[in-house]
Structures are given as C-alpha cells and as structure tokens.
Design a protein around this ligand. Structure first.
Ligand code: FMN
Length: 444
C-alpha cells in the first residue's frame, strides 16, 4: 500500500467538523474524535494497539528530562573516541548545527477550545500501524557503545510497537536481530556491484525483514576530522592512547566491552556483504568497497528482487525523490545523515515541502536533529508522514540499556502528547501546515 499525499490547508478544529444538528450537546461536541488516518496509508486498516506498558524509570534516569540530557551523561560513560564518533558531525559541523536551527525557523499558531481528549499517536506507515510517529534511525557500531546495543534497541522498539532500523554497519547478525525485534527494518550499505547487492538483499529477505532501506548519502567516507583527533577508526587500532581512553572509562570497559567479549566474543561487522571484520584489530583493514559507483540502476535491480517495501535514505533533492518514485521505491527518508556526511548539506526540514510535492504515493520520512516533540510535529506539518531519531536513543541505551531507551521514548511521547493538546489536534497525522509560520518576518 502506498502513501497518498498529505492535503494541506484543510484544517478544521476537530469539534467543528461539518454542521452539527441543532440538538447537538456540548458534551457530544467534546467527544474525542477518531484520529485522522495517516496520510502514509489511507487504505490501511489501523489495528487497536495495546496501551504502552508503563515502566518505572530507574534512579539514573531521574535527571534525564529531555532527549538532549542523554548526551552529557553518555559522554561520561564512553571512551573519548567512541563518544566522538557518535556525537560528531563532519568538518565544520555546519550541517549538524543547521539541523537544529532549522526547527527554530518555524513557530506555531495553536488553536484553542478544541477537545483533544481522545489523543492518540498511532500512525500508519506501509500498511502497519505503529503506536508512535517516530522510530530509531540506523546506527552502526551501536553494540560497541551500549551492551547488546542493537538487541536493546530492537527489543524496545518491538515492545513499544515502533520501527527500529538495523544498520548495515551493525555488530549483530541481521538474522538474530529480526528474531528479537519483529518491528525492525534492515538498512544496507552497498557498493555498485550486483555480486554484493544480490546476496545481501536475498539474505535480508531470508532473515524475515519486510522493509529494506538503502542508504545513498555515503558514496565515499566522510571527512570526520573529529574521528582522527579523538583516535577513532574502524576497526579500532590498539594503541597506548586507546588503552588509556578506555581505562578512564571503567564502566564502559568492564560493563560493555569486557562483558561483550567475555559473553559473545569480539564484535564484528556482520552485515556489510563482505567477510566479517572485528571492531578492534591491529592488522585487519576494512575493505573499502567503493560506493561511488552505486546508482539508480542498482536501486532498480534491488526493486526487482526485493519483495517488501523499499526505502531510499539520505535524499535531499526533490528531483531525486521523483527518480526514486519512478525507480519503484515505496518511500524515502529525507536526511543529511545527522550532519555526518557532506558538511553544509541542507537541513532536511527545510526541503520537506518541495519533496512532498514530488513524492506521489511514496511515504516521506525524515531524520536529522529531531530532539523535541515540537520538532516531530513541525516535520509532520511540513509533510513528513513519520520521523526517525538517532543519537539520543543510542545514548539512552549506553547509559541504562532497556530502561534508558524506554525512558527516552517516554519523554518524547509525552512531549508530543502535551504539544498536541496545546495545538488542538488529536492525532499527529492531523497536524496541519497552516499551524506553522516563519519565526521571523511579517505575518499576513
Ligand atoms: C553513531 C551513528 C552511526 C550511524 N550509522 C548509520 C548507518 O550505519 N547507516 C545509516 O544509514 N545511517 C547511519 N547514521 C545516521 C542515522 O541513521 C541518522 O540519519 C542520524 O543519526 C539522524 O540524526 P540525529 O542523530 O541527529 O537524530 C548514523 C548516525 C550515528 C550518530
């Protein structure tokens, strides 16, 4: 089932849909409305989601009041090279900063005296109803930062009925991950080489995945000077400096890395389409399979063999969205990789409106810089059907595993819920474009 384009400019306060009969009571006017169907799948049958199980946040989460709070806490747990790899951007960090500042370019004009008592965040995407309008973005090396990091995120996502995208650069075999996380999608990093593309796509299919994401904004490795400065490489190279950086983070050294090596053995890159590569090695070099030859014909090849939903991640140009649609993609993730690839790449939020106009029936998803409930709702108002969040959930898994991830999701869920009530909407998919105005300049 394909997405249908969001209709803009049609907002009516939900108590005032149509003309009410003369004898309609105030009580009836205030009854919760059925949440509007997601634009991403107008023909999908929403399922009645089980209420999200409340969990008591552990003590360590007491001071975690927003997604941004997790970064500083993770910095204190992780060795310098690993924290730098996760938190960093590229070159001048212009895109990293731009992703956040783009959200400040918009303000809300909320509506009042609208009953929103039946608020629900259920959102339908690719024919499946998720309980929340956001999921976990793919992140390589997750199990290096957090103990069983991929598994923790996949399991939490399944419990919360939201999608988690397993990275192609992950350290957990995709077959195992799909078993513990039935809502997981798989993201592939692929070179322009059919002899690697076909076996990996077939493997993901055999592994039981129904949604495959091809990341396209990494044709070459990014110039992450921060990695060089902090001593990060893939694989990590043993050195006195690395040993020191790890020793001054004993909680990570024993509780994450040591525990992983003792129980599971040395973590390896498992899902790249080439032989397994350990995360720590003095002599093994990662094969640099050039991705600069990857092009639309390879996406078309994937379309021919992949039976599930096919998503292209890392597009910013509306022309590419049109070609993705014509090549058979079911959706795109508008992303600049969290500001980690091309420095100066535009913030995804800023190009969303133009992209929606080219998307046809495709699902439009977005990531990069989302930290607040208001950010989620701004992205949805500008035409996204769904969003993904990266770093904060990895930090949450690093600090407190399952409990940390559940707590982080709860924070974002509660922010969205509160924001919806104050905006006067009952469903994220009912977030209208006209609630947003530029944060500067004259208003008409
Ligand atoms: C540590 C880390 C590893 C990442 N690895 C991948 C990856 O393997 N594949 C991919 O498509 N994107 C990867 N990304 C990018 C994320 O999927 C996502 O686009 C980005 O993190 C979103 O921005 P945010 O962190 O500001 O939410 C990675 C991001 C981080 C922070």
């Amino acid at each position: 089932m394909r997405a249908s384009p969001r209709k803009w400019g049609t907002y009516k306060p939900e108590c005032f849909h149509g003309i009410h009969p003369m004898n309609t009571t105030r009580q009836e006017l205030s009854e919760p409305m059925t949440p509007a169907k997601s634009a991403a799948s107008a023909d999908a049958t929403p399922r009645q989601a089980a209420p999200i199980r409340p969990r008591k946040a552990p003590r360590s989460m007491r001071n975690m009041l927003s997604l941004e709070d997790f970064e500083e806490a993770a910095r204190r747990v992780l060795p310098r090279p690993i924290f730098g790899y996760i938190s960093g951007g590229v070159e001048t960090d212009a895109s990293l900063r731009g992703n956040r500042s783009a959200f400040a370019e918009y303000n809300f004009i909320p509506r009042v005296l609208v009953s929103t008592r039946g608020r629900s965040q259920r959102t339908t995407l690719f024919g499946r109803t998720y309980d929340l309008p956001f999921g976990f973005a793919p992140m390589g090396g997750t199990a290096l930062a957090a103990y069983l990091g991929d598994t923790v995120l996949a399991r939490a996502a399944a419990e919360l009925n939201i999608p988690m995208i397993q990275s192609g650069a992950s350290l957990t075999r995709l077959e195992h991950l799909k078993e513990v996380g039935p809502t997981a999608w798989f993201q592939a990093y692929l070179p322009g080489a059919p002899e690697i593309i076909v076996p990996l796509v077939e493997r993901a299919q055999r592994g039981g995945f129904d949604t495959l994401v091809l990341t396209v904004d990494v044709p070459v490795a990014a110039n992450r000077e921060n990695n060089v400065r902090n001593g990060y490489s893939s694989p990590l190279k043993p050195s006195p400096r690395l040993a020191w950086d790890c020793m001054v983070r004993p909680r990570w050294l024993f509780g994450t890395f040591g525990r992983t090596v003792m129980k599971q053995g040395m973590p390896h890159l498992e899902n790249m389409g080439f032989e397994r590569i350990p995360v720590l090695s003095g002599n093994v070099e990662r094969p640099r399979l050039s991705r600069d030859g990857l092009c639309w014909e390879h996406l078309e090849l994937m379309r021919r063999i992949w039976k599930g939903k096919l998503v292209v991640k890392g597009v910013l140009a509306k022309e590419d969205v049109r070609v993705a649609r014509e090549s058979g993609a079911d959706g795109v993730i508008v992303s600049n990789h969290g500001g980690r690839q091309l420095d100066g790449a535009v913030a995804p939020l800023r190009v969303l409106p133009g992209i929606v106009a080219e998307a046809g029936n495709m699902a439009i998803m977005m990531d990069s810089g989302i930290r607040r409930g208001t950010d989620v709702l701004k992205a949805l108002a500008l035409g996204a059907h769904f969003v993904f969040v990266g770093r904060p959930f990895l930090y949450a898994a690093t600090i407190a595993g399952d409990d940390g991830v559940h707590h982080a999701v709860k924070l974002l869920r509660e922010e969205i819920d509160r924001d919806m009530a104050m905006l006067g909407i009952s469903s994220p998919s009912a977030m209208p474009r006209e609630f947003l105005v530029p944060s500067s300049g004259p208003l008409s």
